[in-house]
Write a protein that binds this ligand. Structure first.
Ligand SMILES: NC(=O)c1ccc[n+]([C@@H]2O[C@H](COP(=O)([O-])OP(=O)(O)OC[C@H]3O[C@@H](n4cnc5c(N)ncnc54)[C@H](OP(=O)(O)O)[C@@H]3O)[C@@H](O)[C@H]2O)c1
Length: 311
């Protein structure tokens, strides 16, 4: 099969388009013919030896990519949840394996759900990792409730634009930061107050919020302590929040690391099926333009998701 592989950690030059043996589904696994593979920043971070590189089971050759959408091609022993021909999507082999930037992947059946009918393959491939991250940060970590106000940093990004929709579905008031060109996009998604971070310091507008979802880190995280109300929660998917700062501001803070969670992924797919969660695809590129795709992702200015087309 055609696959993107790396043979050592490195930059864009380490990404090679190669022929690789098609995987065989083992017990409990499903062989998926991949139609589209979603790109996440952790993909290029891991290729560079960061991200989840230290947690890969068997690094080289490594096929990057955790988010896929495609069709079930074959079943391993003991799989009864799917049939050959089913359209599926999922965050597969997280964080130990990857394998999404290819024509086929053999993935644990539990990593997959039926592809929502409302989403095409690129959209479905953009959903799992980012939506699970948003769900776990907002609902598991921050326990966001209806009527509360949440400030979402990088609201137009892969995680952010799904977090906005999950938070409004929950009945929260959403403040989102982005540059001016994403203002209309965020209003359309349901953000109540959009802050152009080039124009306005968010702490001048956001006050006494219950939850901050930090998808940016660094200086943005440092400036976020003061916008939380006492007892509020800073959930960071970037750097680890400083516990002393949290205590000094009488708020809570936690770093979130996305994890596989089949019931949550099913709930997310259900929301997509109901039309309550849509995935904005910035661009879909063919597999052999993976270097360009990573270069684009590295700019940090993707709206929604970038996707590779495998077939
Ligand atoms: N811990 C975890 O489990 C976990 C899970 C998923 C992702 N992450 C990490 O979280 C980060 C975000 O992930 P992602 O997939 O959402 O990334 P992404 O899609 O690449 O984010 C791009 C977005 O960031 C916005 N942005 C850039 N600088 C900003 C700033 N200073 N203030 C506000 N918005 C800004 C951009 O908006 P403009 O173009 O308008 O600037 C763009 O829409 C990445 O570092 C990723 O590795 C961690």
């Amino acid at each position: 099969m055609k696959a993107v592989q790396i043979h050592e950690f490195g930059g864009l030059d380490s990404l090679r388009i190669e022929e690789a043996p098609a995987p065989e589904p083992r017990e409990g696994e499903v062989l998926v013919r991949i139609h589209a593979a979603g790109i996440n920043p952790v993909d290029w971070k891991t290729c560079a030896g960061e991200g989840v590189a230290s947690r890969l089971e068997d690094p080289f050759p490594f096929i990057p990519g955790w988010d896929v959408s495609g069709v079930v091609e074959a079943l391993g022993a003991g799989v009864s949840d799917f049939q050959v021909g089913d359209a599926v999507c999922g965050m597969v082999r997280w964080h130990w394996g990857g394998g999404g930037y290819a024509e086929y992947v053999a993935a644990p059946a539990a990593d997959l759900v039926a592809k929502p009918d409302t989403l095409d393959d690129p959209q479905a491939a953009g959903l799992p990792l980012a939506a699970l991250t948003a769900w776990q940060a907002l609902f598991d970590t921050a326990e966001l409730q209806a009527g509360q106000t949440v400030l979402i940093h990088a609201a137009a990004g892969g995680v952010g634009h799904l977090a906005v929709q999950l938070a409004t579905w929950k009945g929260a008031q959403v403040i989102g930061t982005a540059s001016a060109r994403n203002r209309a996009f965020l209003r359309e998604l349901g953000v109540h107050r959009v802050i152009d971070y080039n124009e306005t310091r968010f702490e001048e507008v956001a006050k006494d919020v219950a939850v901050v979802l930090d998808c940016v880190g660094g200086e943005v995280q440092e400036r976020s302590w003061g916008v939380l109300r006492p007892g509020g929660m800073l959930a960071s998917i970037r750097g680890r929040p400083n516990a002393e700062q949290a205590a000094a501001h009488r708020v809570r803070a936690q770093h979130v690391s996305v994890r596989t969670d089949p019931p949550q992924l099913r709930a997310i797919a259900d929301l997509a099926n109901q039309g309550r969660l849509r995935v904005h695809v910035h661009e879909t590129l063919p597999l052999d333009q993976v270097r360009k795709a990573h270069e684009m992702s590295k700019t940090g200015h993707i709206r929604g998701k970038l996707v590779l087309r495998a077939g």
